[in-house]
Design a protein around this ligand. Structure first.
Ligand code: B3K
Ligand code: ZN
Length: 887
């Protein structure tokens, strides 16, 4: 393989040519597809005529014409990646290109491909070049017309972006449709679908009176399962109008569900294409988590219509401009539709479990990366989730109204443009006349800042001081870091646990009022911009307990001098519910790390009774929201704890987490039992907050009891499994039983498969439950499941369930004998031949190999070396594997 080329942000150049209109014609057939494209081209600089270079991959060029005249072979140059016209005419001209492609053979699921007999596309980031030759970059925005022609009986539905302009029948049982999209768009938003589909139809009237037809397309038998997706879409449309004043801009909005899709979904203009798993739901087949994910992702893709489509990215380095912002918007949407605190807890846990490790490993990159080999490798938790935290910080600093002003200005300035992260920053700043100091470095520096806070109370001066320092650890390619702007939201609790009214504070020697209106202030946002600085609250008449980084106001690792008793106090009293949960997590993390140390030194494990009591008081506090309780009694994940250790020890962490769970289950068996019994369903399934919260609490209680493996509780779980009327409870009961190996487990797993084998989405849950299991030596079971008739390496969801799931069990993936690494190494190479994007996601599980002991390091390294040196490796896998080895 040629050494893959790295692309750098600093090398960005404006395009030499722009495209005005694009006419595409697709002639779909069983063996091949012919694509004709007619592009009107004009130079950026009038009168200039540099070579025109078009991207193209896996295409067979049939013909090229310029202003209607066929080009001879000597008039253009073709290589494996480009079509170049060295001396095009100056001024505006029409370029016509015909290519032949083979969607049936396309297993990469990028470009035009077939999924379950239907044609569909995925172009972001650089898939359009697998359809036709084009300047495949997001700053080329053009108006598209698309004509699709296909066999009518095989492909009765023909869809593309925009409005349907014309359709009709042709000879030989064929038919056609012509679609026109009035909005200029980059080619990554192009989409086409052709197949046997039916739709659930509905309508939404926008606040200015536009009647929008909404259609969700699936195979006929799945249409009944699209009700929740439709509900979610309408809720998202209404929410964007209410919160951001943003309306939908066409008369039609289509969503298509396809079973073979590399990621969750895609925001193509007016033709969103979704992984079926994020559209189809019924109470019997989908869990509350699935319902919540559908709500969030339907919202996310819809919100992209403004943040991504109307205003898009200048280049792919700016990806977080649309993704960080749109994730932030979908998080806010889900918060408003459910519990804000619980949504925040889930998002922060996600950040800690997945983004923090990435930011501390070989693939660490800033929210706006400086370089990439394969852009697909940068659709990461850093660009998405940390990017969303960066957007959230603007809101924390500006307040809701100030943030809205910034958004309004952003659209006013940039509608119809391809822009950069600075443009967003400037709109936020200018709309509010704000001082954002060194905030921009959030976009350019990788690594999670460590913030240390030391507090002291002066009982004579009645002041309370916070000394705050920050340090951003070095990351690959960035050894030195500058301090950044960290908003630290703080409240102070009095001895009764009530918030203290804040009046003023000293910062940099000057006295500032904490509020500029007459409203009482109980939480203030400290603007931390230096390596070290001090904030001193005045008029504090007793020693307070500080509630720091309320609502998790910045994506940092906080280290403070709060004592164990301060943390128990916050857990019991903080008015900031997020910080109540956080206090419990800090206590749990400390406890787990201490026990890990005991375990490693062969000391007996003993659980601190204060922890059990704190835990019990939350479990039994009927005044608390049940979903919050479910979160609060969930221990930090094994990954989170390993991430805090010098040398990650999966066996010790697993043993400790299992010990604590067993201990809690055993000491609180009565409380857990009552929780299960008192939270059983009394009515048919409804996806609303009280009901899903009740189910969440019941299910976690059942999981605790299940880990005891006692007959009484196995029977309880079996009873719940058999009597469940919805998947949320049925699956939780199955999972509770499946914790312990044995005949009951085998029987119930077999029963579940027998019940659901006709439903591929449910079967994926069944695969994932088995693959993520911590049962010793599980790699053998997973190998067997690879040969199960329901498994297929070409379907990404199945791969994520079985192979991705396996990597989610640290004890088995990091098994001392290297069996887990060997398994993944083998599979990555097999997958890479079929689907490099999916293979690349899987190989990422190796990336933190240096965090483990020497023997594991050697075993993992050997697999990475084997992968990197294998023939015909994709750029996707090469980038992740070689960067992992380079540390
Ligand atoms: N924009 C798409 C992601 C495309 C991934 C390409 N490898 C989904 C989303 O974030 O909405
Ligand atoms: Zn997105």
């Amino acid at each position: 393989m040629e050494t893959p080329k790295e692309i750098f942000l600093k090398d960005y150049k404006m395009p030499d040519y722009y495209f005005d209109t694009v006419d595409l014609k697709f002639y779909l057939e069983e063996e091949k597809t012919i694509v004709s494209s007619k592009i009107s081209v004009y130079p950026r600089i009038e009168g200039s005529s540099p070579p025109l270079v078009l991207d193209g991959q896996d295409l067979r060029l049939v013909s090229v014409k310029l202003n209607g005249k066929a080009l001879k072979e000597e008039d253009y140059h073709l290589d494996v990646r480009h079509l170049t016209i060295p001396s095009p005419p100056s001024g505006k001209y029409d370029l016509e290109i015909v290519t032949e492609i083979h969607p049936q053979k396309n297993t990469s699921l990028e470009g035009l491909y077939k999924s379950s007999g239907n044609f569909c596309t995925q172009c972001e980031a650089e898939g359009f070049r697998k359809i036709t030759f084009y300047q495949d970059r997001p700053d080329i925005m053009a108006k598209y017309t698309v004509r699709i022609e296909a066999d009518k009986s095989l492909y009765p539905v023909l869809l593309s972006n925009g409005n349907l302009a014309e359709q009709g029948d042709l000879e030989d049982g064929r038919h056609y449709a012509i679609w026109e999209d009035p909005f200029k768009k980059p080619c990554y938003l192009f989409a086409l679908v052709a197949g046997q589909l039916q739709s659930r139809d509905d309508a939404f009237i926008t606040r200015s009176g536009r009647n929008v037809s909404l259609r969700i397309w699936t195979p006929a038998e799945d249409v009944p399962k699209t009700a929740h997706a439709m509900y979610s879409l309408k809720a998202a449309m209404k929410w964007d109008e209410d919160v951001f004043g943003l309306e939908y801009d066409l008369d039609l909005f289509n969503v298509v569900a396809v079973p073979d899709f590399n990621m969750g979904a895609m925001e193509n203009k007016s033709l969103n294409i979704f992984n079926s798993k994020l559209v189809l739901a019924s109470p019997e087949t989908a869990t509350d988590a699935d319902y919540a994910a559908i709500l969030g992702v339907i919202g996310h893709e819809y919100f992209h219509n403004w943040t991504g489509n109307r205003v898009t990215c200048r280049d792919w380095f700016q990806l977080s401009l649309k993704e960080g912002l749109t994730v932030f918007r979908d998080q806010e949407f889900s918060s408003d539709m459910g519990s804000r605190t619980v949504k925040r807890i889930a998002d922060v846990s996600n950040l800690r479990n997945y983004q923090f490790p990435q930011d501390a490993g070989p693939m660490a990159h800033p929210v706006r990366p400086h370089s990439y080999i394969k852009m697909d490798n940068f659709y990461t938790v850093t660009v998405y989730e940390k990017g969303a935290e960066v957007v959230r910080m603007y809101k924390t600093l500006l307040g809701s109204q100030g943030f809205r002003k910034g958004m309004d200005l952003y659209f006013k300035r940039h509608d119809g443009q391809a822009v950069t992260c600075e443009d967003f920053f400037s709109a936020m700043r200018d709309a509010n006349d704000a001082d954002f100091a060194n905030f921009l470095s959030w976009y350019s520096q990788a690594g999670t800042p460590v913030v240390k806070i030391n507090t002291s109370y002066n009982s004579e001066a009645h002041t309370f001081s916070l000394k705050i320092s920050q340090e951003i650890p070095p990351t690959p390619g960035q050894s030195v870091k500058e301090p950044t702007f960290i908003p630290v939201a703080v409240g102070l609790l009095d001895s009764k646990g009530k918030d203290i009214l804040l009046s003023s504070l000293y910062h940099n020697g000057t006295l500032q009022s904490v509020s500029n209106s007459n409203q009482p202030v109980y939480t203030t946002v400290l603007r931390v911009t230096k390596k070290e600085e001090e904030f001193v609250f005045t008029d504090i008449f007793e020693r307070p307990v500080p509630s720091l980084l309320r609502g998790y106001s910045a994506p940092v690792r906080l280290e403070s001098d709060l004592t164990e008793s301060d943390l128990f106090f916050l857990l019991a009293n903080d008015s900031d519910e997020f910080n109540r949960w956080e206090a419990g997590q800090i206590l749990a993390r400390k406890l787990m790390l201490n026990l890990v140390d005991d375990f490693q030194h062969n000391k007996p494990l003993v659980l601190n009774p204060n922890f059990v009591n704190g835990f019990k008081s939350i479990l039994c506090d009927l005044s608390l929201d049940k979903e919050f309780v479910a979160k609060a009694i969930t221990l930090p994940g094994e990954g989170e704890i390993m991430d805090m250790m010098k040398i990650a020890d999966p066996d010790a962490v697993h043993a400790v987490r299992t010990f604590i769970r067993n201990q809690l289950a055993s000491e609180l068996r009565l409380e857990f039992f009552n929780t299960v019994v008192n939270n059983r369903s009394t009515e048919t399934y409804v996806f609303n907050h009280p009901n899903l919260a009740r189910r969440a609490l019941k299910n976690i209680a059942l999981a605790y009891l299940g880990c005891l493996g006692e007959q009484e509780f196995t029977e309880l779980a079996l009873h719940e499994y058999k009597s469940a009327t919805n998947m949320t409870e049925q699956f939780a009961a199955l999972a509770a039983i499946a914790q312990k190996p044995g005949k009951t487990r085998d029987d119930v797993l077999a029963d579940f498969y027998g019940k659901w084998k006709h439903d591929f989405l449910v079967v994926n849950k069944w695969f994932a439950l088995q693959s993520t299991s911590d049962i010793p030596g599980n790699v053998e079971n997973v190998r067997k499941l690879l040969n199960h008739p329901a498994f297929d390496l070409r379907n990404p969801n199945k791969v994520y369930s079985l192979i991705g799931g396996f990597c989610g069990s640290p004890v088995n993936f990091h098994a001392k004998d290297g069996s887990g690494y060997e398994f993944l190494g083998e599979l990555v190479l097999q997958l890479d031949k079929l689907n490099p994007q999916v293979a690349s996601r899987m190989v990422s599980a190796f990336s933190r190999w240096k965090r483990y002991d020497e023997s594991r390091q050697n075993l993992a390294k050997a697999q990475l070396e084997k992968i990197v040196s294998s023939n015909g490796l994709s750029e996707n896998v090469f980038e992740i594997a070689s960067k992992s080895l380079a540390v």
